[in-house]
Design a protein around this ligand. Structure first.
Ligand code: 13P
Ligand code: SF4
Length: 360
């Protein structure tokens, strides 16, 4: 950390950051807060001075999410926000593909990622060259790409989706193209989970999220034995048997909405660890059971490197203009769809389709 005076926990800093402390005090110890609060105050000052905003994903730690995030949410919400915000600088508190998506949508803005090594196992599972081969193998079928991909991959595809709208996107593109099968890449589990909710045939790639693939149906049974009253919410990047054993599945935003609107007494979020802390700060009447897996990529982002990003304008994310232009079409087509009626509701009643998934 930089010089001691600037980052001292003074009475002024304490007063300035009090509203944030009130929100996070059940999740951050007073000792940690004394270290975080001066940095949070300094980051918020720098943002104002530089006309910068911080887009913070739901998997950021609570100090970042509630302390410095100007816009927080799931991948879909952050992409929409990047497209409409009028800041000069976007600091992406998330992983590299999210920063690329922001750059693709806002080529005129400076997009910074505090740690350029914040990757994603799904994004690194496939390349643009792979997608070109897939298209040769399945001519005439639209390619739907999960936003968890590089700009290079998005540039080869027809439309993007997130876990909040994947079923809607698949059905809409199949309708527009007049086809009964769609290529949905690169997350095998998202593809399988979408296939359970639609009659459209799905061709899938074998990419996996290294965080969600580790949950098992046995984990859910163990949780139910230990906490019989708990409602279990799972992310659609989990294996299908995990979703089948859960009460609800949806994107991180859909889980957040579920907890805040239905106010379950006890809940389990089957997803990345920070998610529960961030929702819990707003859901004071809900008890959270906390089995979780850490995303090592998301956890590369810290208050310290966000501060460094703002001070040194680092690390700038660029996308080659020709790639960006084609990738933008795929992302914009998704953004232009009407907002999902019920964001990523994995409806267990509707999920009765014969699962027609062809793995490439
Ligand atoms: P969503 O926030 O879109 O649900 O995505 C989860 C995720 O794994 C992002 O990396
Ligand atoms: Fe990628 Fe999974 Fe980490 Fe999200 S949680 S960034 S999908 S590895």
């Amino acid at each position: 950390m930089a010089d001691g005076n600037r980052f001292a926990f003074t009475a002024e800093i304490e007063a300035e950051t009090l509203p944030i402390w009130d929100k996070v005090k059940r999740h951050i110890t007073p000792m940690e807060w004394q270290a975080h609060a001066p940095m949070i105050a300094e980051i918020n000052r720098l943002k104002r001075a530089k006309n910068a905003v911080i887009l913070a994903h739901n998997y950021m730690t609570t100090d970042i999410f509630h302390g410095v995030g100007d816009f927080v949410g799931d991948s879909l919400a952050l992409a929409r926000e990047a497209a409409r915000c009028d800041a000069k600088i976007i600091v992406q508190a998330g992983v590299h593909f999210m920063a690329e998506t922001s750059k693709v949508l806002c080529p005129e803005k400076t997009v910074l990622i505090p740690d350029p090594l914040a990757g994603c196992s799904l994004a690194s599972s496939i390349t643009g060259a792979d997608v070109r081969l897939i298209k040769q193998r399945f001519p005439g079928l639209p390619v739907v790409t999960y936003v968890n991909t590089t700009a290079d991959v998005k540039a080869e595809t027809d439309i993007c989706c997130t876990s909040a709208n994947a079923v809607q996107v698949v059905e809409e593109i199949a309708r527009q193209w007049g086809v009964s099968r769609v290529i949905l890449i690169p997350d095998e589990f998202l593809a399988r989970n979408v296939a359970r909710q639609t009659s459209i045939g799905i061709i899938a790639w074998q990419g996996r999220c290294e965080v969600h693939e580790r949950f098992t149906a046995q984990d859910i049974r163990d949780i139910r034995d230990a906490y019989p009253g708990a409602e279990v919410l799972a992310h659609p990047e989990c294996p299908t048997e995990v979703l089948e054993a859960s009460d609800f599945a949806g994107s991180t935003a859909a889980m957040n909405d579920y907890v805040l609107t239905r106010k379950p007494k006890q809940v389990v979020l089957i997803t990345e660890c920070s998610m529960a802390d961030n929702v819990a700060a707003d859901a004071v009447d809900t008890e959270f059971v906390r089995p979780c897996n850490l995303c090592p990529h998301m956890k590369r982002i810290s208050l310290e490197n966000i501060y460094q990003a703002l001070v040194h304008d680092q690390f700038e994310v660029t996308v080659e203009p020709a790639i960006a232009e084609r990738a933008r079409l795929a992302v914009q087509r998704m953004i232009d769809l009407p907002p999902p009626l019920v964001a990523a509701r994995y409806d267990l009643v509707r999920a009765r389709h014969h699962v027609d998934v062809e793995l490439i």
